[in-house]
Design a protein around this ligand. Structure first.
Ligand SMILES: *Cc1c(COP(=O)(O)O)cnc(C)c1O
Length: 383
């Protein structure tokens, strides 16, 4: 076994790694917590290995700083947290249909998302067999057209589940399709449908059940969407869901991606670099090979478009990014040595490289970049 000190120093022998800034994660959680009313609960979404940050470390940190629930996508994600000793309530955001899955969820106390009476019956049958109540959440589709019962049928669905003796409704929830859009009209419409359902339920005496709807964007954009709980992923990790939502709450990026120079070389003018010679040196250049590639989660489509930080200075990546390595132009930097650290995302000196820039360059969203980093890169907690 490595000691704690050896573990935190273990990146000294790595060619590439991800630093997880636990102080930033704790501060983000606290700032988001303060943005919520005291009675609103915070469910931290830690699906996809906490968006690539490492689910267990993230879960422990956010639960210590104001989150009271966790959200995962799949049953194995939930079981891994339980096996590591997490006792907080866990909601599985994905859909479950097979009796064997129901058994697993009951065994590990994972709460399902139900969209149909048929799904509810599978859980109810198992609960009857156990003679013990199972906690469930009912999802209402107000416009995402993914999981959930259509909002027009939701009251009947909730009443149906209410009558099943061994199911305990822990929450009624919905999900926004475009809460990050500066135009709030779709968000308002979805909220109106959700509130209509809640009102109808209240008039039937079912008004006290926990309601939740907001993701990161809605949490930041619109406090009237918070209800009894919010489900926050991206913002916990210090990334804003949209530029217009900056500055609502101060957030700091949690993830920093670093690698090392593994080889330095001088090349003459007109030398082609990497597969396909997509870059030809216009002059004699000094090139550094860096030990990270697309198998680690650096998208190959960033080839010739990526900038990295070396000794606090921005330099450009040249040639095709390969599976485990990429090349950078360090012609203008003196005194470099093999083993020196290269920053791909995060701070070095005064400068900072962001996941937003990668997403913009690629025409995708920050969520996809973050959860694209592979487990081959060790996650090193720093604070
Ligand atoms: C992933 C997810 C969230 C979290 O979304 P962020 O935009 O990352 O905050 C919330 N609710 C559901 C149902 C989700 O699937």
């Amino acid at each position: 076994m490595l000691s704690q000190e050896q573990l935190t120093r273990s990146h000294e022998c790595e060619r590439a790694w991800i630093e997880i800034d636990l102080a930033a994660l704790a501060a983000n959680t606290q700032h988001l917590r303060q943005w919520l009313a005291p009675t609103t609960e915070l469910l931290a979404v830690v699906k996809a290995d906490a968006y690539g940050h490492g689910a267990l470390t993230v879960a422990q940190t956010v639960l210590a700083h104001g989150a009271t629930w966790l959200g995962v996508a799949t049953i194995p994600e939930g079981i891994a947290l339980r096996q590591a000793g997490i006792t907080a309530p866990i909601l599985v955001l994905g859909s479950v249909n097979l009796p064997v899955q129901v058994q697993m969820m009951a065994e590990w106390q994972l709460q399902p998302t139900l969209s149909t009476p048929k799904q509810a019956l599978i859980f109810s049958d198992y609960a009857d067999h156990l003679r013990e109540p199972l906690d469930v959440h009912l999802m209402i589709d107000t416009g995402m057209s993914r999981l959930g019962c259509p909002w027009q049928d939701a009251v009947g669905f909730v009443q149906f589940v209410q009558r099943l003796p061994h199911l305990r409704i822990q929450g009624i929830y919905s999900h926004f399709a475009s809460a990050d859009d500066p135009d709030p009209s779709l968000m308002r419409q979805q909220q109106a449908y959700f509130e209509q359902v809640c009102q109808d339920l209240a008039s039937l005496g079912l008004g006290s059940v926990r309601r939740h709807m907001a993701n990161s964007a809605a949490t930041l954009a619109n406090r009237s969407s918070h209800y009894d709980m919010v489900r926050i992923g991206l913002s916990l990790y210090g990334v804003y869901p949209a530029p217009h939502l900056r500055d609502v709450v101060p957030l700091r990026p949690v993830m920093q991606v670093r690698s090392r120079i593994t080889l330095l070389k001088e090349i003459p003018a007109h030398t082609g670099i990497s597969y396909g010679h997509q870059f030809i040196a216009p002059k004699a250049m000094k090139i550094a090979v860096v030990g990270i590639g697309y198998a680690d989660g650096v998208p190959r489509l960033l080839s010739n478009k990526l900038e990295v930080l070396v000794q606090g200075q921005r330099v450009r990546q040249v040639g095709a990014i390969t599976m485990d390595q990429l090349m950078i132009d360090v012609s203008d930097i003196d005194g470099l040595q093999e083993g020196d650290v290269v920053t791909l995302l995060g701070e070095d000196g005064e400068d900072r490289l962001t996941v937003e820039t990668w997403a913009d360059t690629l025409g995708t969203i920050t969520w996809e970049i973050l959860c694209g980093f592979k487990n081959r890169l060790p996650r090193i907690p720093v604070s």
